[in-house]
Design a protein around this ligand. Structure first.
Ligand SMILES: Cc1cc2nc3c(=O)[nH]c(=O)nc-3n(C[C@H](O)[C@H](O)[C@H](O)COP(=O)(O)O)c2cc1C
Length: 241
């Protein structure tokens, strides 16, 4: 729903390193009357095409590495609203919010810290924009990154599929991510089965929110979870001011 802030659209420009080399050689003057020895200067451009990299990748990495990239998909706006409320709590200037329907893989490359927010739809299905991005997501390498997840669902209406999409997202990310943070207790929810529940049944793969059945609990849950991830991301000092 929101336009992505930050990385410019793909551009056709490339970065190439070049240098100027100066050399000289001693030359014998053509004029026989001139008995001295001359020096001939040579100037040439050297283009090092071996170092070409796309400008957009360089820019993304340069600009985003210190910020948190928060990526969400949302059909009815609940997850988008939650994304904004998370950014408010962590510091709007510290978080870039991206609607996953507007991004490509390059946007993900620029962040070491990621929050991925996903609702479940249609009896355990992935939200439509995340679904379209799914094969790109599976091809992404999350190594070197710390990832937290947020899931939205309806525990009474869809108790056999509660937050399933967050579980599926977790299955993809855990294959390559360095560190997953933001795990959240299953206490305080009533559901039958959930793919977002980790083995042992005590934790969800990320923050569990239910805007349909427990909207009055969302603000407190967000407060608590944001404090938790602030610490787990190692941002306590960095974001204190
Ligand atoms: C038709 C429909 C199907 C849904 N299917 C599920 C489901 O399988 N599991 C679940 O936990 N929630 C399910 N939900 C609840 C949504 O995940 C929930 O309303 C969520 O807040 C929607 O987020 P969004 O507004 O960002 O799209 C469903 C809701 C609707 C209307």
């Amino acid at each position: 729903m929101a336009r992505s802030a930050g990385v410019e659209p793909a551009t056709a420009w490339f970065v190439a390193r070049y240098s100027i080399q100066l050399s000289y050689e001693r030359v014998r003057p053509r004029n026989i009357l001139n008995r001295g020895v001359g020096v001939k200067l040579k100037l040439r451009w050297v283009v090092d095409i071996g170092r070409i990299r796309t400008l957009e990748v360089l820019k993304a990495i340069e600009a985003k590495v210190e910020k948190i990239g928060l990526f969400f998909g949302s059909d009815d706006g609940n997850t988008e609203s939650v994304a904004r409320r998370i950014a408010q709590r962590l510091g709007a200037d510290k978080v870039d919010i991206h609607d996953v329907r507007d991004v490509n893989q390059v946007e993900f490359l620029g962040y070491d810290k990621l929050i991925l927010a996903i609702p479940t739809w249609d009896f355990g299905q992935i939200q439509s924009d995340w679904e379209e991005f799914w094969s790109d997501l599976e091809a992404l390498d999350f190594s070197g990154k710390t990832v937290a997840m947020v899931g939205l669902g309806d525990q009474f209406g869809y108790g056999d599929f509660f937050l399933d999409a967050m579980g599926m997202l977790h299955d993809v990310v855990i294959k390559t991510a360095d560190k997953i943070i933001g795990y959240w207790s299953t206490q305080g929810y009533e559901y039958d089965t959930s793919k977002a529940e980790l083995p042992g049944g005590e934790l969800f793969a990320g923050l569990a929110l239910d805007e349909d059945q427990q909207p009055e609990l969302t603000d407190d849950r967000l407060d608590q979870w944001c404090e938790q991830v602030r610490s787990e991301f190692g941002l306590i000092t960095a974001m204190a001011g």
